[in-house]
Ligand binder design. Sequence first.
Ligand code: PDD
Length: 285
Amino acid sequence: MSRIAYVNARYLPMRDAMVHVEDRGYQFGDGVYEVCEVRGGRLIDERRHLERLQRSLGELRIRMPMSPAALGVILREVVARNRVGYGIVYLQITRGVARRDPAFPSPPVPPSVVVTARRLDRSRNEALAAKGIAVVSVPDNRWGRVDIKTTGLLPNVLARQAAIEQGARDAWFVDKGGAVTEGASANAWIITQSGAVVTRHADSAILRGITRTVLFDAIKAYGLSIEERAFTLQEAYAAREAFVTSASQIVLPVVRIDGRIIGDGKPGPVATALRREFHRFAEAG
Ligand code: PDD
């Protein structure tokens, strides 16, 4: 079965799914995106993802091309047409197509909208979570507004590639003060020796993950203590557990950071429980 993508009001086979060479997403990374988990064919936390999308668009002064409800219809249609039971749906909106000039097109042009969906291998993801992943630290050299989910991801691309070349799965960005900001495509968490669950406060130095937000509810429900604050790489090395969160991996245990073993080198009980229980706290639409 050929995959189907939505591109500017048309559902097209993947091989025909094209955007214009002067699309500002292509030229400047002048666009935003969202990734939603699909589970049992249903979108997880769609409302929150679309709210964050609107915020990202607003920060960049890109017009919301249609209502959240209309976008939701398209997301569902792409999921259905690709028969995705378990996987992800990807939505990208750019400032549109215009002759290349960094300033906003004047008069404004219609934003470009692309939606794709793809199946993920659930047993492979579960096997990965059961084993845990290795991460490496890299200097956080991103711009100052990574709270906006833009498609401009070059530092993330280079960080992820550096991780893979060092035999790790992902990278953790570290700021100039030695504190971990977040992963290259996930939020970073540790559990201290005293049992506190720690993740960086959400300012403009991290993306406020939807998984992160929902996980706070789970952590509170289980009576664990949360510290929303910066933590250093040294603290992470000494942590009892570590993990990352994102829509595509939910809670993924980290068992090695820069080659140092975290805890006993196996996924920790808290991360494992949070992964198992997450969907009791998420919205499925
Ligand atoms: N990544 N931080 C960064 C830099 C991210 O790219 C992501 C998501 C997150 C977690 O956000 P959420 O929980 O809302 O998925 C944090 C997506 C999945 C991606 O780029 O594929």
